[in-house]
Design a binder for this molecule. Structure first.
Ligand SMILES: Cc1cc2nc3c(=O)[nH]c(=O)nc-3n(C[C@H](O)[C@H](O)[C@H](O)COP(=O)(O)OP(=O)(O)OC[C@H]3O[C@@H](n4cnc5c(N)ncnc54)[C@H](O)[C@@H]3O)c2cc1C
Length: 407
């Protein structure tokens, strides 16, 4: 197994459990594997989600994603972590965390289980080449070559390259003949350019519910709802992270992406305008920011009113055109997104080894029999909420089944 992150550790464990006669060797380039598990979920590790379906993922064909996910229902993930001494509890959004709230407990439990099933872990063994085919592979590491009957590629994507996942896995797969869907950061904060003035800087640290719309070629690509966090560089928080892959893919495809935010989730222009008219009638003396502060954080209301140069009078006295400009700003505020903050800040990678070249029952390559691919190296990226780890566990389970039948 190449890579001892979530997917590699889980594949080693499931294989060790179901095929104890197989000799399992886990190679990792890092001195300490599992760095991403340790920092995941703000150090608490959002292990999975109580509700997982293919609709929580982007990338390759959803029927393939569904097939892989069906091999490890969430209840079995929960049972597995219970067995290894990490009971989970549910938090808002269905997110499941260890009861101890310590990601370290998740990693330590996995490493203990790897040892218990007699899988052998070799750290500081970076793999630089794979050659051969089923029954006779040679894996070249910086420390020498190793013979293997099958190889599991679990080397991750490109997000946070300092953890050891720097895209090498995708290159190894490509050299073995796999087609690669070009990669971009996913679950990354977004940088806003100077053209947007200091709006985001002024609101830095403020979070609120919003809708984000990603436009490509002047059409709505996707509209997402969630919590938006303004920062000194642009926007972050679950909503911006989830939207980032859509913006990045549209940019990659040269589709002129744009992004707009609605401060009134679910409302259209006419609804927002009608609400302002009604509010002006109910509170004829209240200024616009005061009225808006009932719906938005006061700082956002004040920033919006000043940014569009709303006259400093009671909302009821605001001329119709100005009120309509405010309504428009409330539901379609343009974000001058320059780019994502890149792989150094991304939690996942979009793109990777194309799913169509994998047998979803076993994760075995259709291009290079005897090679199995699991986790983030594949063209699948989940939204925020524990989905990327569930993909890692589920693909690991499928690969263990495949190894059991192949070898
Ligand atoms: C800050 C952050 C927070 C996150 N929080 C969550 C969360 O709470 N919930 C969730 O579901 N997901 C979360 N994710 C995403 C999740 O961590 C990844 O999707 C998941 O770790 C992918 O698992 P993997 O095993 O495929 O790859 P990785 O975890 O990236 O592991 C790959 C391993 O392969 C090794 N490797 C790479 N190349 C080589 C090579 N050439 N030779 C040998 N070894 C190699 C690396 O050193 C690494 O140990 C988070 C990610 C980040 C960055």
């Amino acid at each position: 197994m190449i890579g001892a992150g979530a997917a590699g550790l889980a594949t080693a464990i499931f294989t060790g459990r179901s095929s104890p006669h197989l000799k399992v060797l886990l190679l990792d380039g890092a001195r300490r594997p599992g760095a991403k598990i340790l920092i995941s979920g703000g150090g608490r590790c959002n292990v999975t989600n109580s509700s997982v379906s293919e609709r929580d993922f982007w990338g390759g064909r959803s029927t393939i994603v569904r097939h892989v996910l069906s091999g490890l229902p969430v209840a079995e993930t929960v049972a597995f972590f219970g067995e290894v001494g990490v009971p989970l509890h549910e938090e808002p959004g269905g997110k499941l965390f260890p009861d101890s709230n310590r990601a370290r407990d998740v990693l330590e439990a996995l490493l203990r289980e790897v040892e218990r099933v007699h899988a052998h872990l070799l750290t500081a063994h970076r793999v630089v080449g794979i050659s051969g085919a089923r029954g006779g592979f040679t894996v070249d590491t910086l420390q020498g070559s190793i013979a293997a009957r099958a190889v599991v590629l679990a080397a991750g994507g490109q997000s946070l390259p300092r953890t050891g996942s720097d895209g090498a896995g995708v290159q190894l797969a490509q050299r073995l003949g796999h087609t690669i869907v070009e990669t971009t950061p996913a679950l990354a904060p977004l940088r806003i350019g100077r053209a947007d003035g200091s709006f985001h800087e002024r609101l830095s640290g403020v979070a609120h519910d919003a809708d984000l719309t990603v436009w490509a070629d002047r059409q709505v690509l996707i509209r997402l709802r969630g919590s938006l966090l303004w920062t000194h560089f642009g926007v972050s928080g679950p909503l911006a992270l989830n939207a980032s892959r859509h913006w990045a893919r549209a940019a990659l495809e040269g589709r002129a992406p744009r992004m707009t935010v609605s401060f009134c989730p679910g409302l259209r222009f006419d609804d927002a305008d009608a609400r302002l008219v009604a509010a002006a009638r109910e509170r004829p003396r209240a200024a616009a920011p005061t009225v808006l502060a009932a719906w938005l954080p006061a700082s956002v209301a004040a920033a919006l009113a000043s940014e569009i140069g709303l006259p400093d009078v009671a909302l009821a006295q605001v001329p119709r055109d100005d009120r309509r400009r405010l309504s428009h700003a409330l539901v379609e505020w343009p974000l001058a997104v320059e780019d994502t903050r890149g792989y150094n800040y991304a939690e996942a990678t979009a793109g990777g080894v194309t799913l169509g070249e994998i047998d979803p029952s076993t994760m075995e390559s259709r291009v290079c029999p005897g090679l199995f691919l699991v986790g983030e190296v594949l063209d699948v990226d989940g939204r925020i909420g524990g989905y990327n780890f569930q993909w890692a566990w589920a693909s690991a389970r499928a690969a263990a089944r495949g190894l059991a039948t192949t070898l």
